[in-house]
Design a protein. Structure first.
Length: 173
C-alpha cells in the first residue's frame, strides 16, 4: 500500500467559492425515532457551512438501522469528501472548512472533530469505549479509503467504521 501522504492533495481553498458541492452530507433518517423538525434543523446546520454541501437524506422506514442508511448514502455520494450527520445532531459553523483544511494539511483519510491526539491514542480510546457518539463529527476522504458500515452489527458499527478508516488512512482532528 501507499502512504496517505503520497496521494495528490488539493491546493488549499481550491474549491471555495464554487457552487459545485464539495462535501456530501449523509443523513440517516427514521421518522419513528426523530421528529421531522429536528431533521430540518440538522439539514440547516449543514446548509449554512462555509463550503458547498450536498445533503443526502436516507429515509429508513423499515428500521434497517443507521449502518444500512449510511451505506446507501455512501453509495449515492459522488463527491470526494463525505460527512455524516445524524438527524438529531447539529453542526457548528465552519466545521467542514476546518476539517477540509486539516485533511489537506495531513493527508489523513478521516477527520474527527475533537481534541487532537495521536492516531494510536485515538484508536485505543475508541476501541476501549472511552469515546462516544462520534459519527456526526466525521469527515471522510473517499479517495483514501473505500469502506462500508457493517450492517449486521447491532451496536458500535460506527466505531468499527471509524477504527477501520483511521487505521487504513490515518486520522486528524
Amino acid at each position: 500500500g501507499t502512504h496517505p501522504n503520497d496521494r495528490p492533495r488539493l491546493p488549499r481553498g481550491s474549491n471555495r467559492g464554487m457552487t459545485d458541492p464539495r462535501v456530501s452530507v449523509v443523513v440517516p433518517y427514521s421518522p419513528a425515532h426523530t421528529p421531522e423538525a429536528m431533521l430540518e434543523e440538522a439539514l440547516a446546520s449543514a446548509e449554512t457551512q462555509s463550503v458547498p454541501t450536498e445533503p443526502i437524506v436516507v429515509t429508513d422506514e423499515e428500521e434497517r438501522g443507521p449502518a444500512w442508511a449510511r451505506n446507501r448514502g455512501l453509495e449515492r455520494a459522488d463527491t470526494r469528501f463525505v460527512a455524516f450527520l445524524d438527524a438529531d445532531d447539529l453542526w457548528k459553523p465552519g466545521k467542514l472548512e476546518r476539517q477540509l483544511d486539516a485533511i489537506e494539511d495531513t493527508g489523513a483519510a478521516i477527520c474527527v472533530e475533537g481534541s487532537s491526539r495521536s492516531t494510536d491514542a485515538f484508536l485505543r480510546d475508541l476501541y476501549l469505549g472511552r469515546i462516544e457518539s462520534l459519527t456526526s463529527s466525521v469527515l471522510l476522504d473517499t479517495s483514501a479509503v473505500e469502506l462500508r458500515f457493517v450492517e449486521a452489527l447491532e451496536r458500535r458499527e460506527d466505531h468499527l467504521f471509524i477504527l477501520e478508516a483511521a487505521a487504513a488512512g490515518g486520522v486528524c482532528f
